[in-house]
Design a protein around this ligand. Structure first.
Ligand SMILES: [Zn+2]
Length: 435
């Protein structure tokens, strides 16, 4: 069922200005992700007040490539914030009454209870924007001051899962992943803080494994997305995680991908089984070195040193817009300070005024200066010197320093590589690492 406009729509209802109709026709709400029936007729008053502004809000945000929309009611107005590539920009304001109608409308379309405003709600709307399928993930949180905060996260279902190349995997790193996952033992972990693109990094890691040579099984939930050459093992309800792993191992799996390790039990089971199969998983830790020391606390130094083979972690960095980025000649002192080679002739930044003249507007990035993101990657492989440090009880900083000494990819080296290649700016690196 599609909630369009006018005669072709599925019951939007009401008389709308035809110019308005034309402008926002490019977005269609097609039903709730949770499958609940959405009854617009029974909620005709709400639909009349909320449907058009909800469509305007979402289509404006998608046109500006927003990855998140926030609507915060404050007294009589509500502030809209759009996050583009993870960075907040003001998205205007609307009367609190209208924000309420939009929030209720989106809850209704997501199949959520519009009567209950005292609890947090989460759901999704199946959406089509300019013939591209999206899920709009809807979250509402009740506020102490009354009203609800609305957060909308559009997820493009057509977006390709990134390949290692897009993600800044060096050839070296890809080769190491291939070698480390070929031995039928060991744990490869991908870690990062929430919203740091950990899942994308996992996909890129999995794609580095040679799927033609090795049999890769997945016990993980990829949210409906599939990866070629990977066998999705069916999960039987009465089976424990341990039994699932054993079944994959009996089926001659070389590599098993599992869901994020979010309980101590799961961590332990994965490390126990890693003597017979290579296991790839996500783990919540701020960076690779901290991941190692955290695991040592739960599992003991021997187990971590013997079973863990590689930890990857990433931070997301915005890419300079290639339509408007501005070249400049860096001064030698700056190059030395940040650790770039002194022969570097040119670096890039967002457009700055020249002779007091503001830069031209950029149609591509909306004059933000950045367009899209990539990951900078830190990799720590547990080779002999690192194993030795782990057993000795070294802290995260010592492990990180040793990894850098061994020439493993670090946030710093990978970030500076992007700067030297003109893909991002020094200012962006500073911003990303300050957080
Ligand atoms: Zn631009």
């Amino acid at each position: 069922m599609a909630f369009g406009f006018g005669k072709s729509g599925g019951g939007g209802g009401g008389d709308y200005d035809s110019s308005e109709e034309f402008e926002i026709e490019s977005i269609l709400f097609q039903g709730a992700v949770n499958g609940n029936e959405v009854d617009l007729k029974a909620n005709a008053r709400l639909a009349h007040a909320g449907l058009v502004p909800a469509k305007e809000l979402v289509s404006d945000a998608l046109a500006r490539r927003a990855d998140m929309i926030r609507v915060d009611p404050k007294g009589r107005v509500a502030m809209v914030t759009l996050y583009v590539d993870g960075v907040p920009y003001p998205g205007g304001r609307m009367p609190a009454q209208q924000a309420l109608a939009v929030t209720q409308m989106l809850k209704l379309l997501a199949g959520l209870s519009i009567k209950d405003r005292q609890h947090a709600h989460a759901g999704g709307i199946i959406t089509d924007y300019k013939e591209t399928p999206y899920h709009l993930l809807i979250n509402t949180t009740p506020l102490k001051s009354g009203g609800e905060r609305l957060v909308v996260r559009p997820r493009n279902l057509d977006e390709q899962l990134e390949t290692p190349d897009d993600l800044g995997f060096s050839e070296d790193l890809r080769v190491r992943i291939r070698e480390l996952t070929a031995n039928r033992h060991g744990v490869v972990l991908v870690c990062g803080p929430p919203n740091s693109g950990v899942t994308t990094l996992s996909f890129a890691t999995i794609r580095s494994i040679d799927a033609y040579l090795y049999s890769i099984f997945s016990l993980a939930d990829f949210g409906g997305r599939s990866i070629t050459h990977i066998t999705q093992a069916d999960v039987k309800e009465d089976e424990t995680f341990d039994m699932q792993l054993a079944r994959c191992i009996r089926s001659e799996a070389d590599v098993i991908i599992v869901d994020p390790l979010n309980t101590p039990d799961r961590v332990e089971m994965v490390f126990q089984n890693a003597a017979r199969v290579c296991i790839v998983a996500e783990y919540k830790a701020p960076d690779a070195a901290t991941c190692i020391t955290q695991l040592r606390e739960t599992l003991g130094a021997e187990s971590v040193a013997d079973r863990l083979s590689l930890v990857l972690s990433q931070k997301l960095i915005r890419l300079l817009c290639d339509e408007c980025k501005q070249a400049y000649k860096p001064n030698p002192k700056l190059l030395q300070k940040v650790g770039l080679p002194p022969e570097t002739k040119v670096l890039y930044r967002t457009p700055q005024p020249i002779d007091g003249e503001p830069p031209d507007e950029c149609y591509k990035c909306g004059s933000i200066g950045y367009y899209g993101r990539t990951g900078v990657i830190q990799a720590i492989e547990l080779n002999d010197p690192i194993k030795h440090l782990v057993k000795k009880g070294a802290d995260a900083r010592m492990i990180k320093n040793q990894a850098r000494k061994e020439g493993m990819q670090s946030f710093q080296t990978d970030g500076l590589r992007l700067v030297a290649e003109g893909k991002t700016s020094l200012e962006e690196l500073q911003r990303a690492f300050k957080a």
